[in-house]
Design a protein around this ligand. Structure first.
Ligand code: SF4
Length: 311
């Protein structure tokens, strides 16, 4: 039965989090950034404005139902079809979830709003925070992450460093590598300097092994990733999965076959699939990834949007 939940997806297998139940608290695709490697496509709205973008009560009602149905997950992960800290109620939501379950709470964020006291305070209620840093200088930051005009790399890094001082839980920092853009020796050296200021517990290296919006986003090879990981030190792990994230999603209400049926009728974007099946975009991406790994579909770009079609 597709569409039982509007805000929840999974639990889905995650390399970083085990079995993770995603909660999507931002409408498609409102973000502070517009990363060239974003699986969700271009940002429809780039903003720094926090708001209750989705009803906290509705999210909590869905989660309560899911728990009652029997929820087996390693983490509940607050994410979004955009940047979840833009949701002004995220702190309230984290507090409320803690009252109904002991499952640890993770927040997946790009970290760009951590310069704000209220965002740091909200996210400190989580058990684990997973921010991102993909560049060592302003020019590369603008090239890869295409930020809102009022965000710059110094604001991002000092916000994350301030959060580190406040938050005693683990911070796992993701660095997304794009071949030719942030992978040379000088760039890795400056990224390393910034990481030292943030002092995360782990560094997770990723690259474009899944479909991305931009045609020219090239993945880094496993050997290059190994070499970069060695430069970044012992706390660095590679999370890019070149063998394909073969584990199927454990969400039983929609399957990759539902998505494949849609694509056999007509090409669709992530947003089309999400709307057509009434599932969160992140779950649509998971299903698309499975179908790509099975070589059943292909992607192409049209009018700045990535479309998928059956082969
Ligand atoms: S990858 Fe994340 S931070 Fe970047 S544009 Fe997409 S949703 Fe926003």
């Amino acid at each position: 039965m597709p569409g039982k939940y509007k805000y929840l997806y999974g639990p889905v297998p995650s390399r970083r989090l085990g079995r993770s139940l995603g909660i999507d608290i931002i409408p498609f695709k409102i973000c502070t950034l517009d990363c060239i490697y974003c699986q969700l496509g271009r940002s429809s709205k780039k903003t720094l404005e926090r708001d209750e973008y989705v009803s906290t009560d509705a999210v909590l009602a869905e989660l309560a139902e899911k728990i009652e149905d029997g929820l087996d997950a390693d983490y509940i992960t607050i994410a979004g079809s955009g940047e979840p800290t833009l949701n002004s109620q995220i702190g309230k939501l984290l507090n409320a979830i803690k009252k109904i379950t002991n499952i640890p709470l993770a927040v997946l964020t790009n970290g760009t709003l951590f310069f704000r006291d209220d965002v740091r305070e909200d996210c400190a209620k989580a058990d684990l925070v997973l921010p991102s840093l993909d560049a060592g200088d302003e020019q590369t930051f603008r090239r890869i992450n295409r930020p809102h005009a009022d965000i710059n790399i110094e604001k991002l890094v000092s916000g994350l460093a301030a959060f580190r001082n406040k938050f005693s839980g683990p911070i796992w920092l993701e660095v997304f590598l794009v071949a030719g853009l942030n992978t040379n020796t000088q760039q890795i050296a400056v990224i390393k300097n910034l990481i030292e200021r943030i002092a995360p517990d782990k560094i997770h290296l990723n690259t474009a092994v899944r479909p991305t919006t931009e045609a020219d986003v090239a993945a880094v090879t496993p050997d290059e990733l190994e070499a970069i990981a060695a430069k970044l030190g012992d706390s660095c792990e590679i999370i890019a999965d070149f063998s394909a994230a073969h584990a199927p999603t454990t969400d039983t209400r929609t399957t990759p076959e539902d998505v494949f049926s849609m694509l056999k009728r007509r090409p669709c974007s992530v947003e089309d699939i999400s709307a057509g099946l009434s599932i969160p975009p992140n779950l649509a991406v998971k299903h698309l990834t499975t179908l790509q790994q099975q070589d059943l579909i292909e992607s192409y770009h049209k009018n700045r949007t990535v479309f998928f079609r059956a082969k």
